[in-house]
Design a protein around this ligand. Sequence first.
Ligand code: IMP
Length: 190
Amino acid sequence: MKTGLRTIYFVTRNPHKVKEIRELAIDSGISIQHLNYEYPELQLDEIEEVVKASANYIRREKGAKTPFFIEDSGLFIHALNGFPGPFSAFVFRTIGNEGILSLMAGKSGEERRATFKTAIAFCQSASAEPRIFLGVVEGRIADSARGEGGFGFDPIFEYRGTTFAEMSTEEKNRVSHRGRAFREFLNHIS
Ligand code: IMP
């Protein structure tokens, strides 16, 4: 770790998210320390509410390390009335990208519009209510999975003709839901 940097803990089980966030934090004066453990996630309709409840749980735990943040992301497909949204993790685990592509069979053009959304919850201390930061990117569900990079729904989420899995981390961060949410967060804390 470089000296003189402010340390903030990122609580997540997902190493891909850590990689993206660490790249986003380069030159910010912040060192991202990964805390790899599971916390309860309520099944709520809005991801903002999900991260808020989880952050409150974490900060009240004995020995909670602060300041920390967590994040939750969801893919909202317009033609499916926002599905899978807050159920994205379950849907990815069960039907995966192939399942989503099957649900979208026969849909074209505007019907394939989709939104990726990230909510970050940041707690400055164990006694502080979480602050929420949001990032949204509009794209579409690709006709087939493309690309080797990224994770999760990246091969089927297309932004201006390129899937997230076809982008480098730097390119994805520039336009992604997570990149946008994290820049909001940085603006707040710097
Ligand atoms: P969660 O934020 O870990 O709950 O993510 C919900 C689901 O969306 C998981 O299956 C993730 O793999 C997926 N996911 C989250 N962020 C991204 C992303 O940036 N690209 C593609 N899939 C993602």
